[in-house]
Design a protein around this ligand. Structure first.
Ligand SMILES: Cc1cc2nc3c(=O)[nH]c(=O)nc-3n(C[C@H](O)[C@H](O)[C@H](O)COP(=O)(O)OP(=O)(O)OC[C@H]3O[C@@H](n4cnc5c(N)ncnc54)[C@H](O)[C@@H]3O)c2cc1C
Length: 470
């Protein structure tokens, strides 16, 4: 059992960080008791929130927690969708609100070194100003660098450029015992022993606290074009994607969504989705080094789409139209959130997406639940919303007996993920809410190895306990 925080611990924390960076009042702790997972039933209050100014302070706090057997949970922007930053056992929540500096943008090595509390919202413009580009784009820009590394976040552009893991070259980490280590660096290649850095990436704050990161950057694409392609059904839309890839074209993003979902999100933002034909749409972003290259790619993609029963191809050629389309796609979650139970991120091989989504729709019909499904078509990452309400005729209607159906439907969808050779999380992580599915997607030996690794790093189990596995 963990020890409770008492006045003596608070006093010791006050010798490490200024008193104003220690929160203990219940109303101040509320914001740190949950993430963006939509149901309140997993929320849990910390006993104290600390906001260290630097890695040395992080190290001292971790040492204190280790010595006193107090659980410590790192928190970034709190935009996670699986309860990963929720302090299940109370204790200390550490946030990086005071550690958000860009320490260096190195134009010779094309890297940026930043503190872990920097938000994506502040990161993107800072590197754009230097004429550089960071491709990963998880949907909520209030996420922090530490958080996106700890979850190995993905987003729409992952299909061409890869996920966060592909862009981290080095991290500074405070281990659960308080030592500060530097894993990786600015180099591109590294075959020097086990990659502890890659072990940290995606470890959801259970193995170490990331205080600093070096991120590799690239030149931005010179030209972009966004296509919106309507179809009469989702199956035809998704079936087009392997055909595009067979043409050796890898667009920057290929998203599928239903028209009603796009309209709903557009209303939420007061923006208009550019096309109202059909019922299922692909949103395809192509990039290239010249207008001619992008036009030629767009033409080939359009031909493939029309060969696969697309009703037309709408091209958004101005930055503002492209931004509107991306904003509407990125805001679907926000528009649905008050009416939903959960968003899933089951990921299947690309070739299986159409079959998987057909089966999800069959579950929706059989159970009379609304399960709007959209996602990253070209990398197999499918987001299904389990809804409490159905949006029909421009109004929300509560679904009958949703509470009785929820767990059965949730299990059926995960069983389908398994059937189609998938995994239970492609980008959101396991956190609290997907723990129960871990053992059906991973072999027991894999989970045992993970437990062993956790024990080596964190024998006292003080870092983010109760996450990924028990
Ligand atoms: C509208 C919306 C859209 C989204 N779209 C996407 C998407 O397209 N792709 C995607 O991948 N995700 C998406 N997400 C999920 C979310 O943005 C990501 O999981 C993000 O990576 C979490 O970052 P964060 O800073 O908010 O971390 P938090 O939610 O605060 O924490 C997440 C995990 O990281 C750990 N952590 C945080 N900081 C540190 C640190 N410094 N050191 C060690 N561990 C740390 C926490 O302990 C926790 O386990 C979306 C979320 C929302 C709300």
């Amino acid at each position: 059992m963990y020890h409770k925080i008492n006045q003596s611990i608070i006093d010791q924390l006050k010798t490490i960080v200024e008193a104003r960076n220690i929160l203990t009042e219940r109303d101040e702790l509320l914001d740190y008791s949950h993430d963006e997972y939509s149901l309140d039933d997993i929320s849990s209050y910390p006993d104290v929130v600390v906001k260290p100014p630097d890695a040395e302070a992080v190290s001292k706090i971790v040492q204190l927690c280790n010595q006193e057997n107090i659980p410590l949970t790192a928190r970034g922007g709190g935009t996670g969708l699986c309860g990963a930053c929720v302090p299940v056992f109370g204790g200390v929540v550490m946030t990086f609100e005071n550690m958000h500096q860009i320490l260096e943008i190195d134009t010779h090595n094309l890297t940026a070194t930043v503190e872990s509390g920097l938000t994506l919202m502040d990161f993107y413009p800072a590197i754009e100003e230097k004429g550089l580009f960071f491709p990963p784009h998880p949907g909520d820009e209030t996420a922090t660098i530490g958080g996106v590394i700890a979850t190995n976040a993905g987003g729409a552009r992952a299909v061409k450029y890869g996920v966060i893991r592909n862009f981290v070259t080095g991290i500074e980490v405070v281990l659960p015992t308080g030592e500060i280590v530097n894993l990786g660096g600015k180099f591109v290649k590294n075959s020097t022993g086990y990659s502890l850095m890659h072990l940290m990436i995606g470890s959801e704050g259970t193995l170490g606290i990331i205080t600093k990161a070096t991120i590799s950057l690239m030149a931005p694409p010179k030209e972009l074009m966004t296509l919106v392609v309507p179809y009469d059904n989702l199956h035809d839309a998704i079936s087009t994607v392997p055909a595009i890839i067979e043409k050796k074209i890898l667009p920057m993003a290929v998203e599928f969504l239903e028209l009603e979902t796009a309209i709903l999100s557009g209303k939420h933002l007061n923006k208009t989705w550019p096309c109202t034909q059909g019922s299922a749409h692909l949103m395809i972003i192509v990039d290239g080094t010249s207008e001619d290259e992008v036009m030629s790619l767009a033409e080939t993609i359009s031909e493939v789409c029309l060969d696969h029963n697309a009703l037309e191809v709408f091209a958004a050629d101005t930055r503002s139209k492209q931004r509107d389309i991306l904003d509407i796609r990125s805001s679907i979650y926000e528009a649905m959130r008050p009416y939903m139970l959960e968003i899933l991120d089951i990921t299947v091989p690309r070739s299986q997406i159409a079959h998987f989504v057909d089966s999800v729709n069959a579950v929706a019909e059989k159970s009379d639940m609304w399960l709007p499904t959209y996602g990253h078509a070209a990398d197999g990452n499918v987001h299904t919303h389990l809804m409490r309400y159905r949006w029909q005729n421009d109004e929300w209607h509560e679904i009958e007996n949703w509470d009785e159906k929820y767990q059965t439907v949730r299990k059926e969808l995960h069983d389908l993920g398994k059937k189609y050779q998938g995994i239970c999380s492609g980008e959101h992580g396991i956190g609290i809410v997907k723990k129960e599915y871990l053992k059906s997607f991973l072999e027991p030996q894999q989970i045992e190895l993970m437990r062993g690794i956790k024990k080596v790093f964190d024998p006292g189990a003080i870092l983010n306990p109760g996450k990924i596995f028990d």
